[in-house]
Design a binder for this molecule. Structure first.
Ligand code: ATP
Length: 360
Protein backbone atom coordinates (compact mmCIF):
# COMPACT_ATOMS: atom_id res chain seq x y z
CA UNK A 1 0.00 0.00 0.00
CA UNK A 2 1.29 3.45 -0.92
CA UNK A 3 1.91 5.82 1.99
CA UNK A 4 0.14 9.18 2.20
CA UNK A 5 3.30 10.90 0.96
CA UNK A 6 3.48 8.66 -2.10
CA UNK A 7 -0.20 9.17 -2.83
CA UNK A 8 0.29 12.90 -3.11
CA UNK A 9 3.52 12.52 -5.10
CA UNK A 10 3.66 13.74 -8.67
CA UNK A 11 2.10 11.28 -11.08
CA UNK A 12 4.32 8.85 -12.96
CA UNK A 13 1.86 8.65 -15.80
CA UNK A 14 -0.52 11.38 -16.73
CA UNK A 15 -3.28 10.95 -19.30
CA UNK A 16 -4.98 14.08 -20.54
CA UNK A 17 -7.98 13.89 -22.90
CA UNK A 18 -6.82 10.61 -24.43
CA UNK A 19 -8.81 9.38 -27.42
CA UNK A 20 -8.32 6.67 -29.98
CA UNK A 21 -10.60 6.94 -32.99
CA UNK A 22 -10.80 4.12 -35.55
CA UNK A 23 -12.71 5.47 -38.58
CA UNK A 24 -15.70 7.11 -36.94
CA UNK A 25 -15.62 4.93 -33.82
CA UNK A 26 -14.06 6.12 -30.57
CA UNK A 27 -12.57 3.01 -28.92
CA UNK A 28 -11.17 5.30 -26.20
CA UNK A 29 -13.21 8.45 -25.80
CA UNK A 30 -11.52 11.12 -23.70
CA UNK A 31 -9.71 9.79 -20.64
CA UNK A 32 -8.05 11.88 -17.93
CA UNK A 33 -6.20 9.91 -15.26
CA UNK A 34 -3.13 10.44 -13.11
CA UNK A 35 -1.28 7.32 -12.02
CA UNK A 36 0.95 7.85 -9.02
CA UNK A 37 4.36 6.45 -8.16
CA UNK A 38 4.12 2.92 -6.80
CA UNK A 39 0.40 2.58 -7.38
CA UNK A 40 -1.37 -0.61 -8.43
CA UNK A 41 -4.15 0.56 -10.73
CA UNK A 42 -6.51 -1.92 -12.35
CA UNK A 43 -8.75 -1.04 -15.27
CA UNK A 44 -11.89 -3.15 -15.56
CA UNK A 45 -14.79 -3.01 -17.95
CA UNK A 46 -16.89 -5.18 -20.21
CA UNK A 47 -15.59 -6.61 -23.45
CA UNK A 48 -15.07 -3.88 -26.03
CA UNK A 49 -14.98 -1.03 -23.51
CA UNK A 50 -11.51 0.04 -24.69
CA UNK A 51 -9.21 -1.39 -22.00
CA UNK A 52 -6.71 -3.02 -24.35
CA UNK A 53 -6.67 -0.02 -26.65
CA UNK A 54 -5.89 2.24 -23.69
CA UNK A 55 -3.13 -0.05 -22.45
CA UNK A 56 -1.59 -0.30 -25.93
CA UNK A 57 -1.33 3.49 -26.01
CA UNK A 58 0.27 3.58 -22.57
CA UNK A 59 2.76 0.90 -23.57
CA UNK A 60 3.61 2.67 -26.84
CA UNK A 61 2.21 0.14 -29.28
CA UNK A 62 -0.19 2.75 -30.62
CA UNK A 63 -0.39 6.50 -30.53
CA UNK A 64 -3.50 8.33 -29.34
CA UNK A 65 -5.46 10.30 -31.95
CA UNK A 66 -6.10 13.06 -29.36
CA UNK A 67 -4.66 14.05 -26.01
CA UNK A 68 -1.38 13.72 -24.17
CA UNK A 69 0.42 10.98 -22.31
CA UNK A 70 3.27 12.09 -20.11
CA UNK A 71 5.71 9.94 -18.18
CA UNK A 72 7.38 11.78 -15.30
CA UNK A 73 6.42 15.00 -17.03
CA UNK A 74 7.84 14.07 -20.44
CA UNK A 75 5.45 13.87 -23.41
CA UNK A 76 5.60 10.30 -24.74
CA UNK A 77 2.71 10.18 -27.25
CA UNK A 78 5.00 9.15 -30.09
CA UNK A 79 7.78 7.43 -28.17
CA UNK A 80 8.10 3.81 -29.43
CA UNK A 81 7.48 0.97 -26.96
CA UNK A 82 11.11 -0.13 -26.80
CA UNK A 83 12.27 3.37 -25.85
CA UNK A 84 9.86 3.66 -22.92
CA UNK A 85 10.89 2.64 -19.40
CA UNK A 86 7.81 0.41 -19.31
CA UNK A 87 7.10 -3.26 -19.94
CA UNK A 88 3.96 -5.07 -21.01
CA UNK A 89 3.08 -8.59 -19.82
CA UNK A 90 0.49 -10.31 -22.03
CA UNK A 91 -1.87 -13.17 -21.41
CA UNK A 92 0.00 -15.11 -24.12
CA UNK A 93 3.28 -14.36 -22.26
CA UNK A 94 5.29 -14.32 -25.50
CA UNK A 95 8.08 -16.49 -24.08
CA UNK A 96 10.84 -17.77 -26.37
CA UNK A 97 9.77 -21.41 -26.75
CA UNK A 98 13.08 -23.10 -27.50
CA UNK A 99 15.01 -21.39 -24.78
CA UNK A 100 15.54 -22.19 -21.14
CA UNK A 101 13.95 -20.40 -18.22
CA UNK A 102 17.27 -18.65 -17.60
CA UNK A 103 17.67 -17.54 -21.22
CA UNK A 104 14.16 -16.14 -21.24
CA UNK A 105 14.68 -14.14 -18.08
CA UNK A 106 18.10 -12.91 -19.16
CA UNK A 107 16.98 -11.74 -22.58
CA UNK A 108 16.55 -8.05 -21.63
CA UNK A 109 19.96 -8.09 -19.94
CA UNK A 110 21.61 -9.69 -22.95
CA UNK A 111 20.18 -6.98 -25.20
CA UNK A 112 21.79 -4.46 -22.86
CA UNK A 113 25.08 -6.36 -23.08
CA UNK A 114 25.24 -7.17 -19.39
CA UNK A 115 28.12 -9.69 -18.81
CA UNK A 116 27.07 -13.37 -18.53
CA UNK A 117 27.91 -13.90 -14.87
CA UNK A 118 26.04 -10.78 -13.82
CA UNK A 119 23.07 -11.82 -15.98
CA UNK A 120 22.89 -15.20 -14.31
CA UNK A 121 23.10 -13.73 -10.82
CA UNK A 122 20.28 -11.31 -11.61
CA UNK A 123 18.16 -14.08 -13.20
CA UNK A 124 18.57 -16.26 -10.11
CA UNK A 125 17.66 -13.34 -7.89
CA UNK A 126 14.50 -12.71 -9.92
CA UNK A 127 13.67 -16.42 -9.85
CA UNK A 128 13.85 -16.33 -6.05
CA UNK A 129 11.60 -13.30 -6.00
CA UNK A 130 9.12 -15.08 -8.25
CA UNK A 131 9.30 -18.30 -6.22
CA UNK A 132 10.87 -20.34 -9.03
CA UNK A 133 13.26 -22.97 -7.77
CA UNK A 134 16.86 -22.59 -8.81
CA UNK A 135 17.00 -25.87 -10.74
CA UNK A 136 14.48 -24.45 -13.24
CA UNK A 137 17.23 -22.19 -14.55
CA UNK A 138 18.34 -24.69 -17.23
CA UNK A 139 14.89 -26.10 -17.95
CA UNK A 140 13.24 -25.65 -21.34
CA UNK A 141 10.49 -23.14 -20.75
CA UNK A 142 7.96 -25.22 -22.71
CA UNK A 143 8.31 -27.98 -20.12
CA UNK A 144 7.07 -25.61 -17.39
CA UNK A 145 3.49 -25.59 -16.14
CA UNK A 146 1.14 -22.67 -16.80
CA UNK A 147 1.84 -21.06 -13.45
CA UNK A 148 5.60 -21.47 -13.85
CA UNK A 149 5.53 -19.93 -17.34
CA UNK A 150 3.61 -17.04 -15.85
CA UNK A 151 6.35 -16.53 -13.27
CA UNK A 152 9.05 -16.72 -15.97
CA UNK A 153 7.25 -14.03 -17.97
CA UNK A 154 7.04 -11.85 -14.86
CA UNK A 155 10.69 -12.39 -14.03
CA UNK A 156 11.62 -11.39 -17.59
CA UNK A 157 9.48 -8.25 -17.29
CA UNK A 158 11.30 -7.32 -14.08
CA UNK A 159 14.65 -7.96 -15.78
CA UNK A 160 13.93 -4.91 -17.94
CA UNK A 161 13.83 -2.97 -14.68
CA UNK A 162 10.97 -0.83 -15.95
CA UNK A 163 9.45 2.10 -14.07
CA UNK A 164 5.95 0.95 -14.90
CA UNK A 165 4.69 -2.56 -15.61
CA UNK A 166 1.58 -3.06 -17.72
CA UNK A 167 -0.42 -6.26 -17.53
CA UNK A 168 -2.98 -7.35 -20.11
CA UNK A 169 -5.09 -10.06 -18.45
CA UNK A 170 -2.04 -12.18 -17.60
CA UNK A 171 -3.96 -14.62 -15.40
CA UNK A 172 -7.08 -15.18 -17.46
CA UNK A 173 -5.99 -18.52 -18.93
CA UNK A 174 -5.15 -20.13 -15.59
CA UNK A 175 -7.31 -22.38 -13.45
CA UNK A 176 -9.12 -20.85 -10.49
CA UNK A 177 -6.82 -21.96 -7.71
CA UNK A 178 -3.63 -20.95 -9.46
CA UNK A 179 -5.20 -17.66 -10.46
CA UNK A 180 -6.11 -16.90 -6.84
CA UNK A 181 -2.59 -17.78 -5.68
CA UNK A 182 -0.96 -15.64 -8.37
CA UNK A 183 -3.24 -12.67 -7.64
CA UNK A 184 -1.88 -12.57 -4.13
CA UNK A 185 1.68 -13.13 -5.31
CA UNK A 186 1.35 -10.27 -7.76
CA UNK A 187 0.18 -8.02 -5.00
CA UNK A 188 3.12 -9.12 -2.82
CA UNK A 189 5.45 -8.58 -5.76
CA UNK A 190 4.03 -5.11 -6.24
CA UNK A 191 4.71 -4.28 -2.63
CA UNK A 192 8.22 -5.77 -2.62
CA UNK A 193 9.28 -4.12 -5.87
CA UNK A 194 7.74 -0.69 -5.23
CA UNK A 195 7.03 -0.41 -8.99
CA UNK A 196 3.95 1.11 -10.56
CA UNK A 197 1.54 -1.51 -11.95
CA UNK A 198 -1.26 -0.89 -14.43
CA UNK A 199 -3.35 -3.98 -14.94
CA UNK A 200 -6.37 -4.71 -17.09
CA UNK A 201 -8.88 -7.46 -16.54
CA UNK A 202 -12.50 -8.50 -17.03
CA UNK A 203 -12.48 -9.90 -13.56
CA UNK A 204 -13.84 -7.71 -10.91
CA UNK A 205 -12.70 -10.05 -8.19
CA UNK A 206 -9.14 -9.84 -9.46
CA UNK A 207 -9.35 -6.04 -9.48
CA UNK A 208 -10.72 -5.88 -5.95
CA UNK A 209 -8.11 -8.20 -4.45
CA UNK A 210 -5.03 -6.59 -5.92
CA UNK A 211 -5.50 -2.92 -6.55
CA UNK A 212 -4.94 0.37 -4.76
CA UNK A 213 -7.37 1.92 -7.23
CA UNK A 214 -9.80 0.49 -9.75
CA UNK A 215 -10.83 2.34 -12.91
CA UNK A 216 -14.08 1.24 -14.51
CA UNK A 217 -14.42 1.70 -18.28
CA UNK A 218 -17.57 1.65 -20.34
CA UNK A 219 -17.80 2.54 -24.05
CA UNK A 220 -14.40 4.14 -24.16
CA UNK A 221 -14.89 6.30 -21.09
CA UNK A 222 -13.54 5.97 -17.57
CA UNK A 223 -16.81 6.11 -15.66
CA UNK A 224 -15.23 5.94 -12.22
CA UNK A 225 -11.83 5.56 -10.64
CA UNK A 226 -11.33 5.01 -6.93
CA UNK A 227 -10.32 2.56 -4.24
CA UNK A 228 -12.04 -0.84 -4.37
CA UNK A 229 -13.99 0.25 -1.28
CA UNK A 230 -15.18 3.49 -2.93
CA UNK A 231 -16.20 1.74 -6.12
CA UNK A 232 -18.10 -0.87 -4.20
CA UNK A 233 -19.84 1.33 -1.63
CA UNK A 234 -20.19 4.55 -3.62
CA UNK A 235 -20.61 3.59 -7.27
CA UNK A 236 -20.85 6.64 -9.51
CA UNK A 237 -23.78 5.31 -11.50
CA UNK A 238 -25.95 2.34 -12.17
CA UNK A 239 -23.50 0.81 -14.63
CA UNK A 240 -20.73 0.66 -12.02
CA UNK A 241 -23.07 -0.64 -9.32
CA UNK A 242 -24.33 -3.41 -11.55
CA UNK A 243 -20.90 -4.25 -12.92
CA UNK A 244 -19.71 -4.90 -9.39
CA UNK A 245 -21.79 -7.95 -8.63
CA UNK A 246 -25.40 -8.97 -8.51
CA UNK A 247 -27.77 -6.36 -7.17
CA UNK A 248 -31.39 -5.67 -6.29
CA UNK A 249 -32.38 -2.47 -8.02
CA UNK A 250 -35.43 -0.25 -7.76
CA UNK A 251 -36.51 2.69 -9.89
CA UNK A 252 -37.29 5.60 -7.56
CA UNK A 253 -38.79 9.08 -7.79
CA UNK A 254 -38.24 11.98 -5.43
CA UNK A 255 -41.44 13.25 -3.76
CA UNK A 256 -42.29 16.80 -2.58
CA UNK A 257 -40.64 16.24 0.80
CA UNK A 258 -37.38 15.11 -0.77
CA UNK A 259 -37.88 11.44 0.05
CA UNK A 260 -37.21 8.89 -2.65
CA UNK A 261 -40.07 6.46 -3.17
CA UNK A 262 -40.29 3.46 -5.38
CA UNK A 263 -41.71 4.62 -8.71
CA UNK A 264 -44.21 1.77 -8.98
CA UNK A 265 -45.67 2.45 -5.50
CA UNK A 266 -43.72 -0.35 -3.80
CA UNK A 267 -42.46 -0.16 -0.22
CA UNK A 268 -39.05 1.34 -0.80
CA UNK A 269 -38.24 4.71 0.79
CA UNK A 270 -34.88 6.42 1.22
CA UNK A 271 -34.28 9.77 2.92
CA UNK A 272 -31.65 12.47 2.49
CA UNK A 273 -29.97 11.82 -0.80
CA UNK A 274 -27.54 13.76 -2.94
CA UNK A 275 -29.55 16.63 -4.43
CA UNK A 276 -27.53 16.61 -7.62
CA UNK A 277 -28.82 13.28 -8.85
CA UNK A 278 -32.14 14.54 -10.29
CA UNK A 279 -35.71 13.48 -9.65
CA UNK A 280 -35.50 9.91 -10.78
CA UNK A 281 -32.79 7.47 -9.82
CA UNK A 282 -32.03 3.86 -9.07
CA UNK A 283 -31.67 2.44 -5.59
CA UNK A 284 -29.33 -0.50 -5.30
CA UNK A 285 -29.46 -2.94 -2.41
CA UNK A 286 -26.76 -5.55 -2.60
CA UNK A 287 -27.73 -9.15 -1.79
CA UNK A 288 -25.30 -9.14 1.14
CA UNK A 289 -27.09 -6.20 2.81
CA UNK A 290 -30.57 -7.59 2.13
CA UNK A 291 -31.82 -9.56 5.17
CA UNK A 292 -34.65 -11.70 6.37
CA UNK A 293 -36.63 -9.57 8.83
CA UNK A 294 -39.50 -9.86 11.27
CA UNK A 295 -41.65 -6.86 10.41
CA UNK A 296 -45.18 -5.98 9.43
CA UNK A 297 -45.73 -6.31 5.72
CA UNK A 298 -46.82 -2.68 5.50
CA UNK A 299 -43.54 -1.21 6.81
CA UNK A 300 -41.30 0.83 4.54
CA UNK A 301 -38.43 -1.12 3.01
CA UNK A 302 -40.00 -4.49 3.72
CA UNK A 303 -40.99 -6.90 0.99
CA UNK A 304 -42.98 -10.07 1.46
CA UNK A 305 -42.12 -12.87 -0.89
CA UNK A 306 -41.56 -16.55 -1.31
CA UNK A 307 -38.24 -18.34 -1.47
CA UNK A 308 -37.99 -19.75 -4.96
CA UNK A 309 -34.54 -21.25 -4.84
CA UNK A 310 -31.36 -21.33 -2.77
CA UNK A 311 -27.71 -21.47 -3.79
CA UNK A 312 -24.66 -22.30 -1.75
CA UNK A 313 -21.85 -19.75 -2.03
CA UNK A 314 -19.60 -21.87 0.16
CA UNK A 315 -19.51 -20.09 3.49
CA UNK A 316 -22.80 -18.28 2.79
CA UNK A 317 -26.12 -18.95 1.15
CA UNK A 318 -27.95 -16.95 -1.46
CA UNK A 319 -31.73 -17.07 -1.70
CA UNK A 320 -33.84 -16.11 -4.66
CA UNK A 321 -37.06 -14.55 -3.36
CA UNK A 322 -40.02 -13.93 -5.65
CA UNK A 323 -42.49 -11.18 -4.82
CA UNK A 324 -45.13 -10.58 -7.45
CA UNK A 325 -43.30 -10.12 -10.71
CA UNK A 326 -40.03 -9.25 -9.05
CA UNK A 327 -37.05 -11.37 -8.10
CA UNK A 328 -34.78 -10.41 -5.18
CA UNK A 329 -31.50 -11.86 -4.04
CA UNK A 330 -30.72 -12.22 -0.34
CA UNK A 331 -27.47 -13.50 1.08
CA UNK A 332 -27.36 -14.98 4.53
CA UNK A 333 -24.72 -16.72 6.58
CA UNK A 334 -25.14 -20.46 6.79
CA UNK A 335 -26.00 -20.49 10.48
CA UNK A 336 -28.80 -17.94 10.18
CA UNK A 337 -30.05 -19.69 7.12
CA UNK A 338 -30.99 -22.91 8.84
CA UNK A 339 -34.61 -23.69 8.59
CA UNK A 340 -35.41 -21.68 5.48
CA UNK A 341 -36.08 -23.45 2.26
CA UNK A 342 -37.81 -23.13 -1.09
CA UNK A 343 -41.53 -22.43 -0.78
CA UNK A 344 -41.30 -20.54 2.55
CA UNK A 345 -42.94 -17.13 2.79
CA UNK A 346 -40.49 -14.54 4.12
CA UNK A 347 -40.16 -10.83 4.83
CA UNK A 348 -37.00 -9.23 3.48
CA UNK A 349 -35.63 -5.78 4.22
CA UNK A 350 -32.53 -3.67 4.60
CA UNK A 351 -31.12 -0.78 6.58
CA UNK A 352 -31.78 2.47 4.79
CA UNK A 353 -28.09 3.34 5.22
CA UNK A 354 -27.13 0.31 3.12
CA UNK A 355 -29.17 1.43 0.13
CA UNK A 356 -27.07 3.04 -2.60
CA UNK A 357 -28.77 5.73 -4.70
CA UNK A 358 -27.30 6.28 -8.13
CA UNK A 359 -28.20 8.41 -11.09
CA UNK A 360 -29.24 6.51 -14.21
P1 ATP B 1 -11.80 -7.14 -24.29
O1 ATP B 1 -12.05 -7.14 -22.83
O2 ATP B 1 -12.78 -7.97 -25.06
O3 ATP B 1 -10.38 -7.38 -24.65
P2 ATP B 1 -11.42 -4.30 -24.44
O4 ATP B 1 -12.15 -3.55 -23.39
O5 ATP B 1 -9.98 -4.54 -24.23
O6 ATP B 1 -12.17 -5.64 -24.76
P3 ATP B 1 -10.60 -3.11 -26.92
O7 ATP B 1 -9.90 -4.32 -27.40
O8 ATP B 1 -9.81 -1.97 -26.45
O9 ATP B 1 -11.66 -3.49 -25.79
O10 ATP B 1 -11.58 -2.63 -28.07
C1 ATP B 1 -12.46 -1.52 -27.94
C2 ATP B 1 -13.23 -1.34 -29.22
O11 ATP B 1 -12.37 -0.85 -30.23
C3 ATP B 1 -13.85 -2.62 -29.74
O12 ATP B 1 -15.14 -2.35 -30.21
C4 ATP B 1 -12.92 -3.00 -30.88
O13 ATP B 1 -13.62 -3.71 -31.87
C5 ATP B 1 -12.44 -1.67 -31.39
N1 ATP B 1 -11.10 -1.76 -31.96
C6 ATP B 1 -9.96 -2.12 -31.33
N2 ATP B 1 -8.89 -2.07 -32.17
C7 ATP B 1 -9.37 -1.66 -33.36
C8 ATP B 1 -8.77 -1.40 -34.64
N3 ATP B 1 -7.47 -1.57 -34.84
N4 ATP B 1 -9.59 -0.99 -35.64
C9 ATP B 1 -10.91 -0.82 -35.44
N5 ATP B 1 -11.54 -1.04 -34.25
C10 ATP B 1 -10.79 -1.45 -33.23
Amino acid sequence: QATEAEKTAAPVLQLVGIKKIFGDFAAVDGIDVDIREGEFVTIVGPSGSGKTTLLRMLAGMEGPTHGYITLRGELINDMPADKRPTCLVFQSLALFPHKTVGENIEFPLKVRKVPAAERKARALELMRMLRLQEHYYGKNVMRCSGGEKQRVALARAFAYDPDVLFFDEPLSALDYKLKKALEKELKDLHRESGKTFVYITHSLEEAMVMSDRVGVMNRGKMVQIGTPEEIYTRPANRFVAEFFGEVNSFAVTRNETGIWRQSDGGPLAVGSVDETIGDTATVIVRPETMRFVMAPATADNVIIGKIYNEYSLGSRMQYQVHSGERIFLVEAPRAAATGLSAGDTVAIGWDVGDAIVVGD
